[in-house]
Design a protein around this ligand. Structure first.
Ligand code: A3P
Ligand code: MG
Length: 356
């Protein structure tokens, strides 16, 4: 059994994507540990028109980098589910499965959403059915692991620049100002937990949120802002690439959570942010439309919807020790293999035992 990744299979009307509702949130502290509070939430502070942020500052002496060899899987959202078990059930006797079909994280869904346009990439998604719920985790491909372990120093520094930009335009308190003299610690993060449905697929997932707009009185996630950095766009060719590739990722990541606004810092080659531009997420597909052979949101949404249907249809065995490994290789369809008691198993005993 396989699922086609060809765009023309998905060129129909957009599926119904319900309002995203924040059902909770959590933080990860300076050691990347789960804390059931909003302590890591930050507030957006609008920068000057000509910001002049030096993103290189602190890379060598004020950077605590998260250990990327440690794969957290779904553990943080599982911790959140256990902490909220009683609130999540509509009736005391009901189970989580009466409201939710899939538990995952935004990153996994972004991978699926962009698949029809990522012909050359590959991914592995591990799915386990437990008590009627489908848990979707990601397994790092061999190619991704090799690429991660062989990043150039410039690439490593570029990753730091994204976090440094956040520090320049976020404050820790609602009335505070950004403090760019502090340490950048990529272990720290604030997460929202969102519930929604895509057609008949009821989803619960976590997503990292960069900051909250204090001027926007809407409830979360509508008051959240996604922060991004990108190279200055100096030619039509660069603009085309930006719209065809970067804007697809930015749109996919934000639309899933219902984050309406992206603030992007445009930087020169020396890592200095020279301008800041706001993108309304709903308007991004229109910007992309102007480019030839560009991506289309309905194709992404329909592929995601059909992938979830495919998973629902194929994942039969309800057992926390069984993993259905869905795989997508360059220019290939999605296929899967089944594994019992393998290294792919990802639901921890502490979660399974607490849910029984
Ligand atoms: P940019 O957004 O400016 O690229 P996010 O945007 O998803 O909130 O992520 C914040 C930052 O994490 C990114 O900033 C980027 O710098 C950094 N980052 C972390 N891991 C990364 C990776 N594997 N590849 C690229 N960027 C990464
Ligand atoms: Mg960001």
């Amino acid at each position: 059994m396989s699922l086609s990744t060809r765009k023309d299979h998905y060129a129909r009307g957009v599926p119904l994507f319900n309002q995203r509702v924040e059902v909770g949130s959590f933080s990860l502290d300076s050691e990347h540990k789960f804390i059931h509070d909003k302590s890591q939430m930050r507030y957006y502070v609008e920068p000057d028109q000509v910001p002049n942020f030096d993103l290189r500052d602190g890379y060598n002496d004020r950077y605590v980098k998260r250990d990327e060899n440690f794969k957290k899987g779904l553990t943080h959202v599982l911790h959140w589910i256990l902490a909220n078990k009683s609130n999540l059930k509509k009736r005391p006797s009901s189970s989580l499965a009466s409201d939710v079909d899939f538990v995952t994280s935004r990153g996994r869904l972004t991978k699926v959403l962009t698949t029809p346009y990522e012909n050359l990439s590959s991914w592995l998604l591990a799915v386990t059915k437990f008590q009627g719920i489908l848990y979707i985790n990601e397994v790092e491909t061999e190619a991704a692991r090799i690429a991660r372990n062989n990043r150039t120093e410039t690439h490593e520094e570029n990753i730091y620049w994204g976090y440094k930009f956040e520090q320049y335009i976020c404050s820790d308190t609602i009335d505070g100002s950004p403090d760019s003299s502090g340490v950048v610690n990529s272990n720290e993060a604030f997460y929202t937990v969102v519930q929604t449905s895509l057609k008949d697929h009821r989803l619960l997932f976590s997503a990292e949120v960069d900051c909250r707009d204090k001027a926007n009185t809407s409830d979360p996630p509508a008051c959240y802002i996604e922060l991004k950095t990108a190279k200055n766009i100096l030619s039509n060719n660069q603009r085309g690439k930006f719209r065809r590739f970067k804007l697809l990722l930015w749109w996919a990541q934000s639309v899933l959570v219902g984050v309406p606004r992206i603030v992007a810092g445009f930087r020169n080659d020396d890592g200095v942010v020279e301008s800041v531009k706001t993108f309304e997420v709903n308007n991004i597909p229109k910007l992309a439309e102007t480019e030839v052979n560009c991506w289309k949101p309905n194709i992404c949404m329909n592929f995601c919807c059909d992938f979830l249907s495919f998973v629902k249809r194929e994942v039969i065995e309800d057992d926390p020790r069984v993993v259905y490994l869905f795989s997508k290789d360059p220019c290939s369809d999605v296929t899967y293999t089944v594994h019992k008691d393998s290294s792919y198993s990802f639901l921890p005993d502490w979660y399974v035992n607490e849910m029984i």
